[in-house]
Write a protein that binds this ligand. Structure first.
Ligand code: AMP
Ligand code: GLY
Length: 417
């Protein structure tokens, strides 16, 4: 069958890489794709958010199945549009993707169904938000309601920082309409763990746990990024905690969505904090994480196409989803300046020196004149698997050691902090 993957980052490279190994996939398209994806799929120059363009392409080419990976086309209703055109699709419809696109919605859902999360209030009025911050005191957390490229959260250690954040979101419109509504919530403490889970609306199957490293520099310093590296599994996520999460968070979330008439088919991303009072939800996303997907799919032992089809056809229950034993580590190589402004177009060298069992997933790259050039903030995700986490980390950094481009920066402490 012929499959179109929508998106063009490291996550989409990992998805294409896993699909390209499936004997059932004949042809892969990726829109818009990137330099690395071009080696295994036909890249089509259509933006992921160009809903009409994607639907038109899927209809006018021999595409049997579409996988929508990024958050914004999901929030814009790409899955609804593809389904309306009669195309089988993996991903939640707009009315279910709202668990990511509106934090006010997801907090309301958790509150209504007793799913453990930080206490919160929602504000549409700046004066009231400021009063609430004064009343509660710091530390306190301010979140823009809508999508904000992962930058709409301010963990404020003092009241002034929290009030500044509210002002920037509500008055200065730093995130546009995404900040018209803000969520202010209780500060939680504890190790953070991410669990991605496949669901067809009836069955929910967690993948291996993971731990992202969101800050730009070693020692968790510097600004927040989309993610600078990941280890799989998280050493904090014990079988006992997994059982609690299944019982108090994963299944209740699915039931809550069903009760609200919002059928969710795709991947739910559970951002969790393991607090002294038990696991709590920090956030939901309606999709695979980036870069979590790169090391997780590296350990997947089941044909990804089989999983995508089982989810689309609502027959996930009968499928045996397996992961290989061991661990994985992904180290992100970023452009100098990221997550702030950076230059693009530098040649990437040494990719051919990386040992074959280490996979370099491309995020922001393009292929031109026989060379790979940098083309984004996060450029590559060097990913290794091994029997132990220590060995996977060592191997990933061994891979990193071969690669270079002007301004390249990366964290040296992935999995070590
Ligand atoms: P989010 O985009 O909601 O995942 O938030 C980004 C980061 O902010 C999370 O990964 C946490 O490190 C932090 N964060 C979010 N909510 C809270 C909270 N209630 N208490 C403490 N830290 C938080
Ligand atoms: N790595 C965080 C995310 O995908 O949202």
């Amino acid at each position: 069958m012929n499959v179109l993957v929508v998106g063009g980052g490291g996550r989409e490279h990992a998805i294409c890489w896993a699909l390209s190994k499936s004997p059932r996939v004949d042809k892969l398209y990726c829109a818009p794709g990137n330099g690395g994806i071009a080696a295994i799929a036909e890249c089509v120059d259509i933006k992921a958010t160009d809903i009409d363009g994607i639907v038109r392409f899927a209809k006018s080419n021999p595409v049997d199945f579409v996988m929508v990976a990024p958050d914004d086309p999901l929030a814009l209703g790409l899955v609804d549009a593809l389904e309306a055109a009669g195309i089988r699709t993996f991903g939640p419809r707009k009315n279910a993707a709202i668990i990511e696109s509106s934090k006010a919605f997801s907090k309301g859902l958790m509150h209504k169904y007793g799913i453990p999360t930080a206490e919160y209030r929602i504000f549409w009025d700046m004066g009231r938000a400021v009063d609430y911050i004064r009343q509660k005191g710091a530390p306190i957390v301010v979140k823009a309601d809508g999508l904000a490229l992962g930058k709409g959260v301010v963990v404020a250690m003092d009241e002034e920082t929290a009030i500044d954040a509210v002002r920037e979101m509500m008055l200065d419109k730093k995130f546009g309409a995404s900040g018209d509504t803000v969520v202010i919530e209780e500060y939680m403490e504890g190790p953070e763990v991410t669990v991605l889970a496949f669901t067809d609306g009836k069955t929910i199957v967690p993948m291996l746990s993971s731990q992202d490293h969101k800050r730009a520099y070693d020692g968790d310093k510097g600004p927040n990024t989309g993610g600078m590296g990941v280890i799989v599994p998280s050493p904090h996520y014990t079988p006992e905690i997994a059982e609690i999460c299944m019982k108090t968070i994963f299944r209740p979330t699915l039931e809550a969505l069903n009760k609200e008439g919002r059928l969710f088919k795709g991947v739910i991303y559970f951002g969790l904090m393991l607090t002294a009072k038990g696991p709590r939800v920090v956030e939901y996303n309606a999709r695979f994480g980036d870069p979590e997907t790169q090391p997780i799919l590296s350990l997947l032992g089941t044909d990804l196409m089989d999983i995508f089809e089982a989810v689309a056809d609502e027959r996930l229950e009968g499928l045996d989803i397996r992961f290989k034993p061991g661990a994985a580590c992904c180290v992100v190589l970023a452009s100098g300046g990221y997550p702030g402004s950076y230059e693009k177009g530098f040649e990437i060298t040494g990719l051919d020196k990386v040992p074959g069992d280490i996979t370099v997933f491309h995020a922001g790259t393009r292929f031109e004149g026989g060379k790979y050039l940098t083309n984004g903030g996060r450029v590559l995700g060097v990913t290794a698997t091994a029997e132990t986490l220590d060995a996977a980390i060592r191997r990933a950094y061994e891979g990193v050691g071969h690669i270079n481009f002007q301004g390249m920066h990366y964290r040296k402490d992935i999995g070590r902090k």
